[in-house]
Design a protein around this ligand. Structure first.
Ligand SMILES: [Zn+2]
Length: 62
């Protein structure tokens, strides 16, 4: 099983071999949401916070 590193806490994360780019996984250490941004090697980036996006959309409506 491939290993990736959490950009938040640098913990090693086991990623499914058939994971796809753009998939969201959770770090088991800090429970942050991570997006798969690369597959060879597997790279993870912090996933955008959906709650923040909702807040921004609400502000635009005013
Ligand atoms: Zn982490």
């Amino acid at each position: 099983m491939p290993l990736a590193v959490c950009p938040e806490c640098e913990a090693e994360i086991h990623v499914d071999e058939d994971v796809d780019k753009g998939e969201i996984i959770n770090c088991e250490e800090c429970e942050v949401m991570l997006e798969v941004v690369g597959l060879d090697p597997i790279e993870l980036d912090l996933a955008p916070d959906e709650e923040d996006e909702d807040d921004l959309e609400d502000e635009r409506e005013y």
